[in-house]
Design a protein around this ligand. Structure first.
Ligand SMILES: Cc1ncc(COP(=O)(O)O)c(C=O)c1O
Length: 423
């Protein structure tokens, strides 16, 4: 296996240039101003193209949708372009399969309220102990409707869930399984396709939280076999906005949580009470603009979905070098316990790396890093059940370093120096 991005690129036929760090840094106006961003799993920086699209919307089409005058028709078209961009990012078959909203937490809540209308008391939902609360809490709330909750738990010491444990929980009353694509603590990528096959064999649906995965790899809901899949645009180089994919026939069959007079076949609007923010919807086009420009900066001329896949291929290679650098330092420290995969392999993990240091408070370590200008973070990151079940010796959770492709090896080295000096 070649070690460097350049070697990998050569192996692919030498079609693209070496990782273009200067281009990437230039594309994010917030970078290079003194703060190192290594809390990206909390939220990423915004690409220039995204800001440009917002401005374009606000200053050319900021009117209410649905009227027959020209500006309103234009505004509706721009919002639709935003929905299309999200469909491209998800590889959904059609834009109507994308429900837009403010946050993933809210979208899962909306989905749960829509689906429960078609379920009966005694039906079952399986949640995990290793998800972010966004994909647990909304399902747990359905207990008041008589829905029975079961928990798929990570085996002690493991960081990938066991499919036999899931199989043992599935019954003929299971309606849905809610699971994360990548853990925002372990950084490991779960085998969603295999999970989807198991869940579908049992006649149930699969709802995937893609928030911790989508900033790092191209999502493909069709290949994954996910029935529902959400991610937060504000972690994928965009603004505070979210998208929920739902298979068209499933959205059609779901309940309505919009106005009572909304026709049941108005998909996806019947799952979008109120309107999604228009300028932020349109700004999603800017994420595709950025990914196309990223591919182009590496000699790949492509558009739309092809550019998304090419760009994330480059991203995955660069991220792997960042993960490897950090993990090899952490593995060399006997006082550090990595919470998650210790290998950098891009097929196994994203560059979200959590760890604890023997005899140190995670809070104190992070607070000593803060003044250096490097933003990392400690805590449970709302994967509270997971961190509680880890029974860590300190009470303040893990230290999490979460990189994305705009981080550099130099930044990781700076962080390593700081951690080394704290010993
Ligand atoms: C894995 C994961 N899922 C869901 C969420 C919730 O996303 P949102 O803030 O869009 O509700 C987060 C937020 O940090 C997350 O990390």
């Amino acid at each position: 296996m070649p070690d460097t991005v350049a070697e990998r690129i050569k192996m692919r036929g030498g079609l693209v240039a070496e990782w273009n760090e200067a281009f990437v840094t230039r594309s994010f106006p917030a970078l290079g101003r003194g703060q190192v961003f290594l809390d990206n799993a909390g939220g990423s920086q915004v690409a220039q193209q995204v800001g440009d699209r917002i401005t374009q919307y606000l200053f050319s089409a900021n009117v209410q949708l649905g009227a027959s005058y020209a500006a309103s028709v234009k505004a509706a078209d721009m919002v639709h372009q935003g929905r299309n961009a999200l469909a491209t990012l998800l590889n959904a078959e059609r834009a109507e399969e994308v429900v837009m909203g403010a946050t993933t937490t809210q979208l899962f809540d909306q989905l749960a309220r829509a689906l429960v209308q078609t379920w009966a008391p005694g039906d079952e939902v399986i949640v995990t102990n290793f998800d972010h609360e966004a994909n647990i809490g909304p399902w747990k709330k359905l207990a008041k409707d008589g829905i029975v909750l079961r928990e798929w738990s990570m085996r002690p010491g493991a960081h990938l869930p066991d499919l036999e444990d899931l199989a043992a929980l599935l019954t003929d009353r299971t309606r849905l399984v809610a699971v994360t694509h990548a853990s925002n603590i372990y950084g490991t990528i779960n085998p969603i396709r295999a999970i989807a096959d198991l869940v579908h064999e049992a006649g149930a649906l699969l709802c995937v939280d893609g928030v911790a995965f989508a900033p790092h790899r191209a999502v493909d809901v069709q290949t994954l076999g996910a029935d529902f899949y959400a991610f937060s645009v504000y972690k994928v180089y965009g603004t505070h906005f979210s998208a929920l994919y739902g298979r068209y026939d499933l959205l059609l069959a779901s309940g309505n949580i919009n106005h009572s007079f909304f026709p049941n076949d108005k998909v996806p609007q019947k799952l979008e009470p109120g309107n999604a923010n228009y300028e932020l919807a349109y700004s999603c086009v800017g994420v595709i603009d950025y990914l196309e420009a990223l591919a182009q900066a590496h000699g790949i001329n492509s558009e739309g979905r092809a550019a998304v896949e090419a760009a994330f291929g480059l991203v995955a290679d660069h991220e792997e070098t960042l993960s490897r650098q950090l993990l090899s330092y952490l593995k060399g420290r006997p006082d550090v316990k990595i919470i998650g995969a210790t290998e950098a392999d891009q097929a196994l993990r994203v560059p979200t790396v959590s760890f604890v240091i023997d005899g140190s408070s995670s809070r104190e370590v992070v607070e000593q890093v803060d003044p250096i200008g490097i933003g990392i973070r400690y805590g449970d990151f709302y994967s509270r059940k997971l961190v509680d079940d880890l029974e860590l010796p300190n009470g303040d959770g893990v230290i999490r370093v979460s990189a994305v492709h705009y981080n550099t090896i130099q930044e990781i080295d700076r962080l390593i120096d700081v951690l080394e000096n704290l010993r």
